[in-house]
Design a protein around this ligand. Structure first.
Ligand code: HEC
Ligand code: HEC
Length: 468
């Protein structure tokens, strides 16, 4: 019984993502990224996990929305209503086909199976006040828990059976703040109940879990790294990309069978490029910023050339001890040495052939190319803009996006800030729109290195970061 619900909720692990804004803008384009790479086609056309719901359920979600949103949806045309519904949960159309959701594979029978883009397919600002879907960008708008809650409610009102998978979400939290997910713990549970060959192993029992939420990293950094994840514990490899398919329905033989496809997914990830900043840049200021950056930041984050294609000159992939970085340590401790070891001895690493760190002791400084497009910042997504990264003392206690606008001054979403969660925010789905840095695993403290810069230098470094 225990095994059943666990594997049920596991499938949930792999749920949805982003927001779609149609714009025909030219300044930036995802076409290079998405252009029918075989790996992209696998992820968008093959259901590697069972469906979560069908089109009818999705198209009825609005009926359970609070007013005035419900009435707005009711009056909208079907196409507009579909767009509003996708956007509400942080989902979007595909760059190559706006009618299809990027974050789901929809079968001919109208069954929706979630894919990697739920967390790894967000949108980026287009330079014209809108944003465009960008496969590989972190989906910082994904409202996963809210979507699952609404799906359960809608299935109930349509008289549909609630699946075990639906119920799983009440056992393992999916994410307590929109744009972030408990993804790391999904991985721990999913693998924890299998042996090294990935067969289910009842003798293993449930691994110890510490639920916490993370902001997905951008896939355009994949090609820069040897070791993956914020603590750099796992070597890069095509097999490791398959862990997100560890749902009950996928036994060991499926992993062997799908391995060739994931070699192509690996190649696809290697091909993804960061978007270029689409707003004006003050080049003189940025040049001054580069000097200050090279003095303070480069030793950890690397050096970058002029703003040309593939401008990374040197990326040291430096692991920084937790006592030095001083950012939230919940993620570091939640993934315990025995969790990492179990992964390191499994099929994913060819039974230990690939290097693996059981106890990395800190976080890796990420590359900064495309950093303008991956807000919010730090591994838990606690810092809303680059300006706030550079001004550690002025990071908000509680913040929320103001609509979907991009703030080119501070480089990140336009936000409202609060000292407390506003008293009017009582419902869970509204609470999830507020990032509360006082909550477990959500601290915005640490990474105080920018305070070695003068106020003028901070301004200049901010400008420089736009060029990367
Ligand atoms: C539920 C959300 C979610 C889904 C679905 C998901 N990921 Fe992730 N992914 C994350 C998070 C969060 C991290 C960061 C984890 C960490 O650093 O500890 C991550 C990290 C990664 C990384 C490491 C990136 C780096 O720079 O270190 C890769 C590669 C990756 N995911 C690939 C995939 C692939 C391929 C799929 C689909 C088969 C997938 N992910 C599905 C949330 C998700
Ligand atoms: C001693 C090493 C070190 C130095 C020096 C350093 N950083 Fe970092 N930086 C890190 C680490 C490690 C992280 C990841 C921390 C985390 O997510 O908890 C990080 C994260 C960041 C991020 C967030 C990236 C993201 O995608 O979330 C930005 C932006 C950043 N640093 C900019 C800078 C700038 C600008 C400077 C210089 C003023 C600088 N850093 C100096 C180690 C360093």
């Amino acid at each position: 019984m225990r095994g059943r619900w666990i594997t049920g909720l596991i499938s949930l692990a792999i749920l949805p993502g982003g927001i779609a804004f149609s714009t025909a803008a030219e300044p930036i384009s995802a076409k290079k990224t998405a252009a029918a790479h075989p790996g992209y086609l696998h992820l968008t056309s093959k259901a590697y996990v069972p469906p979560d719901f069908d089109t009818e359920t999705f198209d009825h979600l609005w009926q359970n929305w609070p007013e005035p949103d419900r009435s707005v949806a009711e009056k909208a045309s079907p196409a507009e209503r579909r767009r509003i519904t996708l956007a509400r949960y942080g989902l979007s159309g595909r760059p190559d086909n706006p009618q299809q959701p990027l974050q789901y594979v929809v079968s001919d029978k109208g069954q929706w199976s979630v894919n990697c883009f739920s967390c790894h397919g967000g949108t980026v600002p287009d330079g014209q006040g809108g944003s465009i879907p960008w496969p590989g960008a972190p989906n910082s708008r994904l409202a996963l828990q809210t979507l699952v809650d609404d799906v359960i409610q809608t299935k109930a009102s349509l008289g549909r059976a609630i699946s075990l998978k639906d119920l799983g979400s009440s056992v393992i939290p999916l994410g307590t703040t929109d744009g972030t997910t408990n993804a790391v713990m999904f991985g721990v549970v999913l693998l924890g109940i299998r042996n090294q060959e990935l067969a289910f192993d009842r003798s293993r029992g449930l691994p110890e879990m510490t639920h916490h939420d993370m902001d997905a990293p951008p896939w355009w950094h994949f090609k820069r790294k040897k070791m993956l994840y914020i603590d750099g514990f796992a070597a890069k490899g095509h097999r490791g990309l398959m862990q997100f398919m560890l749902v009950r329905e996928n036994g060991p033989e499926r992993f062997r069978q799908w391995e060739p496809e994931f070699r192509e997914v690996y190649d696809y990830l290697m091909s993804i490029e960061a978007p270029k900043y689409p707003y004006p840049i003050d080049r003189d200021l940025a040049a001054a910023g580069q000097k200050a950056y090279n003095r303070i930041c480069a030793e950890c984050h690397g050096t970058y050339g002029s703003a040309s294609e593939n401008s990374v000159v040197d990326y040291p992939e430096r692991l920084v001890a937790i006592d030095e970085i001083k950012t939230d340590r919940v993620r570091l401790d939640a993934l315990q040495p025995q969790h990492r070891r179990h992964y390191g001895e499994s099929w994913f690493t060819e039974y230990g052939k690939l290097p693996n760190l059981d106890d990395p002791g800190g976080y890796v400084a990420p590359p900064l190319d495309g950093v303008w497009a991956s807000a919010p910042y730090l591994h838990n997504g606690s810092v809303p803009t680059l300006w706030h990264v550079l001004h550690p003392a002025e990071r908000p206690v509680v913040w929320r996006r103001e609509g979907n606008a991009f703030d080119p001054e501070r480089v990140g979403p336009r936000i409202a800030t609060f000292d407390e969660l506003p008293a009017s925010v009582t419902e869970a789905w509204l609470r999830r729109q507020h990032f509360d840095t006082r909550a477990f695993g959500k601290s915005a403290a640490g990474h105080n290195f920018p305070d070695q810069l003068s106020a003028d230098e901070k301004r200049a470094v901010l400008e420089y970061l736009k060029t990367l």
